[in-house]
Design a protein around this ligand. Structure first.
Ligand SMILES: [Zn+2]
Length: 215
């Protein structure tokens, strides 16, 4: 068995477009290569059911619309993360990747701890802060649990004007304006919303100035 397969919790967090999905797919491709050489370990790729970016939720697709062949996502109700503990593919897995972890109920933290105590290698991927800069409670809990924390993955580039600094924040846009409504849930590409990633300077500028336009 590969030396890196051991009980451990790793968290990969950052804004949108920080390369989290690509990192997850890189791990999946690696495990599939090992499998093709007869040195594979059972693994599962888990995502919450409300991640509605695609028609076929079990399909694993990167941002270039490249479909990863030969593997399907395990779909778990975001309000019932405990179902991971009884899902046969997850029970059998030695490596469990959990994508879009911010959408799961905070009780996922207990589930992740139980999976870890059952000897599994767990990699979690998620957006750490919402459109107002608030921590997702679930991700806060996961970062507390994680043995390895890869925070603010550094491939996101600020999209405000010509800025191009490293982006660590995500802004939601509704009809071309930054959304400052605290009551709305942060849902991927929902109800006509689009998302802009921003550096700290642009984020503070935009969130503290009324009616600013982003070009
Ligand atoms: Zn910026």
């Amino acid at each position: 068995m590969a030396a890196w397969i051991e009980a451990v919790i790793e968290a990969y967090v950052g804004p949108m477009r920080a390369g989290k999905t690509e990192r997850a797919m890189g791990f999946l491709r690696h495990m599939m290569r090992m499998e093709s050489r007869g040195r594979g370990v059972p693994f599962a790729f888990v995502r919450p059911v409300l991640d509605n970016r695609q028609d076929n939720p079990t399909e694993i697709v990167d941002h270039n619309r490249t479909v990863l062949q030969g593997v399907e996502a395990v779909i778990i109700d975001h309000k019932k993360p405990e179902e991971m503990l009884t899902h046969p593919l997850i029970q059998a897995a030695k490596v469990v990747l959990i994508d879009e972890a911010q959408f799961f109920d905070r009780t996922v933290c207990r589930v992740v701890l139980d999976l870890f105590l059952a000897g599994k290698h767990i990699k979690l991927f998620g957006v750490d802060t919402d459109h107002l800069g608030r921590t997702f409670i679930t991700i806060g809990g996961i970062l507390g649990l994680a043995d390895t924390k890869v925070i603010k993955m550094d491939t996101a580039i600020c999209e405000v004007g010509e800025c191009r600094r490293m982006a660590t924040r995500t802004i939601r846009m509704i009809k071309g304006k930054p959304d400052s409504d605290p009551s709305r849930e942060f849902v991927v590409e929902d109800r006509g919303a689009t998302y802009v990633v921003a550096c700290t300077r642009c984020f503070v500028d935009i969130m503290t100035k009324a009616d600013i336009e982003i070009h």
